[in-house]
Unconditional design. Sequence first.
Length: 194
Amino acid sequence: MILFLVGSISSTLPGCAQPTVQEREYAAPYEFVLGPEDVLEISVWKNQDLTRTTAIRPDGKISMPIIGDVQAAGLTSHALAQSIHEQLKPFVVNPSVSITVKELNSYVIFVLGEVTKPGKFQLKAHTTLLQAISLAGGFTDYAKRNKMQVVRIKPNGEHKVHESRIPVRYDDLLSGDGGPGNFILLSGDTVVVP
């Protein structure tokens, strides 16, 4: 009771500094998207010949008996199961397909430049820019913290890729002011610290 009163009095006294809470919303992926090197268990109910464990190749595809290569990267496990189901329908009566992700290997980011431990980081959960810097051991004494960039490469659908560079100021990340903020990195993003 006394603690509550002291807290109430100090919060109403003029000149007492109150910390300002700054909030931002970021678009976080709500479903996991499959990528190269993920290991999948594909089960076709009552059909052991079509049930298998396989890794997604670097080209984003998996190989299946009867139907051949199937695009897997860029899809959710549910969407991949639907795709395999549709492709098996001419060969199997009412195929029931389920996908289980056995190993998550595709969520990879890179941090390079003036950080303590530059390199490739294989992650198991969504990671923000500040978390990536922490994983890389923080900055060296020579880092130009306010000249960082995140290099993002996305396929454009025409067998080419589009590269974008997102400039980031470390001071803005800490203060929460300006810039893109402490956003969630996508698989394949490269954080460059000059």
